[in-house]
Design a protein around this ligand. Structure first.
Ligand code: ZN
Length: 186
């Protein structure tokens, strides 16, 4: 949930900021339940391989240390959360939060067996993070109404969700997840 992926950013997802209230509700519920929270972020050098000038497909975005790389100001980032930076080497793209990071090692240490994934964008980072989590053996639930797709091609977001389901992922709503956790905390 970085500025460059939100309206006004260099690689904005239409209405990308509209999911922030739902994500904040989830974040606060997970916080109260003392469940671990991870924020992944693109953290690109200015000559990153995914940028058009380097032969990639995207305009420059989320360059390390810039305003565009910051989390959206309305997003709640608890102090207890872990920030995972990815795509931080010039020659490596990383849509997945697991790619080239310590995420798997960190969650395994916490004896996590199940992960819930939301944010931007459904058809890239959410999709690839979900598939990597499934392949690593985690139970995966994608919070469909707390994601938004880039939809470079119309329907990309829908196809990404289908692919996650095919690979064994669950697709859930924010509301039912919050109810489930609230019930578990009683
Ligand atoms: Zn990127």
């Amino acid at each position: 949930m970085q500025n460059d992926f939100c309206p006004g950013g260099s690689l904005a997802v239409k209405d990308g900021d509209k999911i922030i209230p739902k994500l904040n509700e989830l974040i606060s519920t997970f916080s109260k339940a003392k469940l671990p929270i991870f924020f992944t972020r693109d953290w690109h050098p200015s000559n990153h391989i995914s940028f058009v000038e380097q032969g990639g497909v995207w305009p420059p975005h989320c360059v390390q240390g810039t305003a565009g790389a910051k989390f959206h100001k309305d997003l709640q980032v608890p102090k207890s959360a872990t920030i995972i930076s990815k795509g931080d080497k010039p020659t490596e793209e990383a849509y997945s939060g697991f790619q080239g990071t310590k995420l798997r090692e960190l969650v395994s240490k916490m004896q996590v067996t199940e992960v819930y994934i939301g944010g931007l964008a459904t058809d890239y980072c959410v999709k690839e993070t979900s598939l990597d989590a499934l392949h690593a053996g985690f139970k995966v639930s994608v919070l469909e109404d707390s994601t938004k797709a880039v939809d470079v091609k119309s329907g990309d977001g829908t196809r990404a969700i289908q692919k996650i389901k095919q690979e064994g992922g669950n697709v859930v709503t924010t509301r039912e997840t919050i109810s489930l956790l609230a019930g578990a905390m009683q």
